[in-house]
Design a protein around this ligand. Structure first.
Ligand code: 8YV
Length: 326
């Protein structure tokens, strides 16, 4: 019997062809709706491997149902959607797609920062809506980015890639992280500071932390109150690192000047989400790593990890590395 693979999203034909034939491949075909949890559970019960994305909750129940399950390949660097402890307990490999999306996500983060500061989305809508009647000095005037202070909370690979872009804009770079980053300090002039100092001094406060119990609602009402009233909050990591209700309040009351958001606590969000009603919010539908080049690489990594595990080899980008320890 061929190993059974379940894909929660349609893969490009080329990637699909790599698996089909050798493996028994099944997938959730609908593109307008994510795989319902009960379908994932019943598929997990039959599957040797799952290919998932961040909006699929791969819960403890999935691992309990997955009696033959050997690997979950998540098409993302983040894996907060997966109950990794349950996977480890059952001996299931959890793999992610680090590195290949670092520069792409940093590009988008910076695009979001520029768009929020310079009101790019609003201006593009303005001209398309035929509202450009005359020139006036402060028409769609935003805020400068160059030579301002950027504060990066979470100086992992993507944080550092954002810092490199900020250096090109002549920005003062502050960061807060669990550990110091001497290379970034030396090469980029990035200054380490406490979280409070980061919040207080930044013109652009960029959330770049993974979502963990410690970072959930790290950016809360208190933080927004401490930020400069001219500051802009940028989030392209995980929606739940910010308390969205508190963020909406702070934006509405102009405690902070604006926000650029690529991520939300519950995705996808509907058009009546309170944050979307605010004119000082620039919102994107979680497209941080969404380029053709990068998405293809992410899929290749997932397919490679699945192939490896199902042919008795070690996966390359393993999250629960404890499973490989002797
Ligand atoms: C994912 C992401 O590609 O890598 C991550 O952690 O959030 C994105 O790059 C996307 O959410 C699909 O899983």
């Amino acid at each position: 019997m061929k190993p059974y693979i379940y894909l929660t999203r349609k893969l490009p034909e080329e990637a699909y062809q790599k698996l089909v034939g050798r493996f028994d491949v099944h997938m959730w075909e609908r593109e307008d709706q994510a795989v319902p949890h009960d379908v994932l559970l019943s598929q997990a019960a039959k599957a040797d491997a799952l290919l998932t994305v961040v909006s699929d909750p791969v819960t403890q129940e999935v691992f309990e149902a997955g009696k033959r399950l050997k690997v979950v390949a998540n098409m993302a660097v983040g894996y907060d959607n997966i109950h990794v402890d349950a996977a480890t307990e059952k001996g299931v490999y959890v793999c992610n797609t680090p590195d290949v999306l670092t520069e792409t996500t940093a590009d988008l983060t910076f695009a979001l920062l520029l768009a929020a500061a310079r009101r790019v989305v609003e201006a593009a809508e303005f001209i398309k809506d035929g509202k450009w009647q005359s020139w006036s000095p402060f028409l769609l005037a935003g805020h400068d980015v160059h030579h301002k202070t950027i504060g990066i909370a979470g100086m992992g690979g993507i944080g550092e890639a954002v810092a490199r872009r900020a250096k090109g804009f002549g920005m003062e770079i502050l960061y807060h992280n669990r550990s110091r980053k001497p290379d970034a300090e030396e090469a980029l002039g990035a200054q380490y500071c406490s979280f409070d100092e980061l919040v207080e001094r930044s013109d652009f406060l960029v959330a770049m932390t993974p979502l963990t119990p410690d970072t959930k609602h790290l950016f809360n009402a208190d933080v927004f109150k401490k930020m400069k009233s001219s500051a802009i909050f940028i989030n392209a990591s995980r929606g739940a690192v910010a308390d969205e209700a508190a963020l909406a309040e702070a934006l509405k009351n102009r405690e902070i000047a604006g926000a650029g958001l690529d991520v939300f606590a519950e995705e996808p969000i509907s058009a009546d989400h309170p944050l979307l009603a605010l004119e000082n919010v620039t919102a994107l539908p979680h497209i941080g790593s969404a380029t053709m080049e990068t998405r293809i690489k992410m899929i290749e990594i997932c397919v490679d990890n699945i192939e490896r595990v199902l042919t008795g080899q070690k996966p390359k980008t393993l999250v629960n590395t404890i499973l490989l320890e002797p």
